[in-house]
Design a protein around this ligand. Structure first.
Ligand code: PLP
Length: 406
């Protein structure tokens, strides 16, 4: 992307011009959450100032306008991920809630001894809900390993399927390794064995176009806050056939057709899975984040991030003792690393003192850390607004921190 384009994009993110430790901030924690453009913030303010009324509840003008705004986002998301209908787009609090919903509701059909396939690179959000289900039902979790580049062992993946397998659930992109998994092929294989698939798209949706029809997955989940959108909003895409069969996840207002003390019938999709008042302001504003992504263009976003990541990685490798975890070809714009035996927290703190915001620790992927035999990593991750100058500032800060700590 041209320098002027990046400058124009950065202009939409006032937070990027703040300082940390008396220096221009370099924000490289985009995998945890990305920053939010002014148009999303303005939309939230506009709604609180002029539109706020509860959705789907009133005949009055404000309620109808607010409902239209929320449902406009649902249609925007439907088109964006190529779902076949808005009834397949369920608003959640985020990726975590989406996976919990599926594990709890779809998982209610599983029996003791049934097997669910996960991978060793999963975020805790795609491990613990299945463990909770295991504690309730006695299902068995099977785990796919990785190779030295951080790619899934696909031969092992295929070998784990048997007549007891009832589900495969894996990430599209690893939040630590950046590996982009071949989700379409993995889904096709699972389907050939009659097994449905859930894909954790938390780290894919900010960096690539998602086409659920093309992938043909049964469920796909992601969070708005990693996609330049508001916090506390997420999407669960599910195939209509499954969603219709599944019992509700939570009970309350909005998800019912008729309630008596003897018996309750449920609302149609997608409302059956949207009990209570949603974050309708955030949902409405999420459409502005999608508008931002579309305006810049996902191909351009991905190309820019990739180029920046490659450049940074190349320069980082000049630092003696630096090891990168996750070297799969075509990986996403995430660099997890360690330098010698320096503790990641120490590096992270010294980087922060120089204005560079990176994440340190286990990244909610403790089983992966165990697999790699390390306590954690430092992780730098990029978004569309990051620049080559910021990459240089990061390298300089890292070189200084390493010299101090070695
Ligand atoms: N899955 C992956 C791969 C993630 O990276 C994250 C967050 O970092 C999550 C799930 C959880 O997302 P959230 O906290 O938005 O629910």
């Amino acid at each position: 992307m041209e320098k002027e384009d990046i400058e124009r994009i950065r202009g939409e993110f006032p937070i990027l011009s703040r300082e940390v430790a008396g220096r221009p901030m370099v924000y490289l924690d985009n995998t945890a959450t990305s920053q939010t453009p002014g148009r999303v913030v303005s939309e939230i303010e506009r709604i609180y100032t002029h539109e706020k009324a509860n959705v789907h509840r009133g005949v009055h003008t404000l309620s109808q306008e607010m409902t239209d705004l929320q449902e406009h986002t649902r249609e925007t998301i439907r088109g964006y991920i190529n779902a076949s209908g808005v009834d397949e787009v369920i608003f959640t609090r985020g990726t975590t809630e989406g996976i919990n919903l599926v594990a709890s509701s779809f998982g209610s059909r599983f029996k003791s001894g049934d097997e669910v396939i996960l991978t060793v690179m999963e975020h805790h959000a795609n491990i613990v809900p299945w463990q909770l289900l295991r504690d309730r039902t006695g299902i068995v979790l099977r785990v796919v390993d990785i190779n030295e580049r951080g790619e899934l062992d696909l031969e092992q993946y295929r070998s784990l399927f048997n007549e007891r397998t009832v589900m495969a659930s894996f990430c599209h992109v690893s939040n630590v390794l950046g590996t982009v998994n071949p989700v379409k092929e993995m889904t096709a294989y699972a389907h050939a064995q009659g097994v449905p698939v859930l894909i954790d798209g938390a780290q894919a949706s900010p960096h690539m176009l998602i086409d659920v029809a093309d992938i043909d997955c049964d469920f796909y989940v992601f969070s708005a806050h990693k996609m330049y959108g508001p916090t506390g909003i997420g999407v669960l895409y599910g195939k209509r056939r499954w969603l219709e069969e599944m019992p509700p996840y939570q009970g309350g207002g909005e998800m019912i057709a008729k309630v008596t003390f003897e018996h309750t019938t449920y609302a149609e999709l997608p409302f059956k899975f949207e009990a209570g008042t949603p974050d309708f302001v955030g949902i409405a504003a999420f459409a502005k984040a999608i508008e931002f992504i579309r305006e810049v263009g996902m191909e351009r976003i991905a190309a820019h991030e990739h180029e920046l990541m490659e450049y940074t990685q190349k320069r980082m490798l000049e630092i003696p003792g630096l090891r990168i975890f996750g070297t799969a070809p075509g990986k996403s714009a995430v660099i997890s690393f360690l330098v010698g035996d320096i503790h990641p927290y120490d590096l992270g703190m010294l980087l922060d003192k120089q204005g560079v915001e990176v994440r340190t620790g286990h990244h909610c992927a403790m089983p992966l850390m165990d697999r790699l035999g390390i306590p954690g990593t430092v992780r730098a991750s990029f978004a569309v607004y990051n620049t080559r100058e910021e990459a240089d500032a990061f390298i300089n800060a890292l070189t200084r921190a390493t010299a101090i700590l070695s």
